[in-house]
Design a protein around this ligand. Structure first.
Ligand code: GLP
Length: 242
């Protein structure tokens, strides 16, 4: 694992955006795995600024999001589909056909999951996967206890995850109970992984990631088994750790 520490969230976002942009500029075609949540927001906004200023083209980029809530349609402001359009896709030169997010509104969720795996396989897999981390070590929506062998699947969200995400909803009962997520093994198939961590509320998770055992009780621990992981984090997330 490569670890890059930055002064603050802003610097983390700039560095992460530069990292991603560099890859885009140097590849004829690239498959990006994208994440949602508060952590990558700054990165996306830096990518948009760069697009406006330096005109990095997304013409040859395909994107695959990690996860989506079950039961929220595209127009729902808390769906990850909406989030991605609002915070990135609508502001860069990328068409809808180039972007992929599991459909949490489908009648047959099993089929969506299977189709997502097939799609990833057919498109040559993910070159660079951007990740955040939950306080309980979840990556995507893979909660503690998820098998390291898991592929894209439907999950029941942990109560702690629903609580953590409740800030985006008007009330707790509006927070979806289920989601679709790439599995741990789907994530690990990415050629490269870029994990972002910010703020003191993530420092326990970072500590666990660095020094804890590698097992399914802490999903992110599996990243220690991947050949090409870079972590960009701010001082607060690394406080007392490195
Ligand atoms: C959410 C998402 C994850 C994200 C994580 C952390 O539930 N499904 O993909 O990485 O929780 O979110 P945040 O960046 O807001 O702390």
């Amino acid at each position: 694992m490569r670890i890059l520490e930055t002064k603050n969230y802003q610097e983390m976002s700039q560095l992460a955006a530069e990292y991603i942009i560099e890859k885009i500029r140097h590849s004829a075609q690239i498959n990006l795995g994208l994440a949602t949540g508060s952590t990558p927001l700054g990165t996306y906004s830096e990518m948009i600024k760069d697009f406006e200023k330096d005109e990095t083209s997304y013409q040859h980029v395909r994107t695959f999001n990690l996860d989506e809530y079950v039961g929220l349609d595209n127009k729902h402001p808390n769906s990850y589909n909406y989030f991605m359009r609002e915070n990135l896709f609508n502001h860069i030169n990328i068409t809808e056909e180039q972007t992929h997010i599991p459909n949490g509104m489908a009648a047959n969720i099993e089929k969506v999951c299977q189709g997502y795996e097939e799609l990833l396989e057919k498109q040559g897999g993910i070159d660079l996967q951007l990740l955040g981390i939950g306080k309980n070590g979840h990556i995507g929506f893979n909660e503690p206890g998820t098998s390291f062998e898991s592929i894209t699947h439907k999950v029941k969200l942990a109560q702690s995850t629903r609580l953590a995400n409740a800030r985006f909803f008007t009330s707790m009962d509006k927070v979806p109970t289920h989601a679709i997520t790439m599995g741990i093994s789907t994530i690990l198939r990415s050629k490269e992984i870029l994990l972002l961590v910010s703020g003191e509320e993530k420092s326990e998770a970072v500590k666990q990631l660095f020094y804890g055992p590698i097992n399914e009780n802490f999903p992110a621990s599996v990243l220690n088994t991947h050949q090409n992981v870079t972590i960009i984090g701010d001082k607060k997330a690394f406080a007392g750790i490195i």
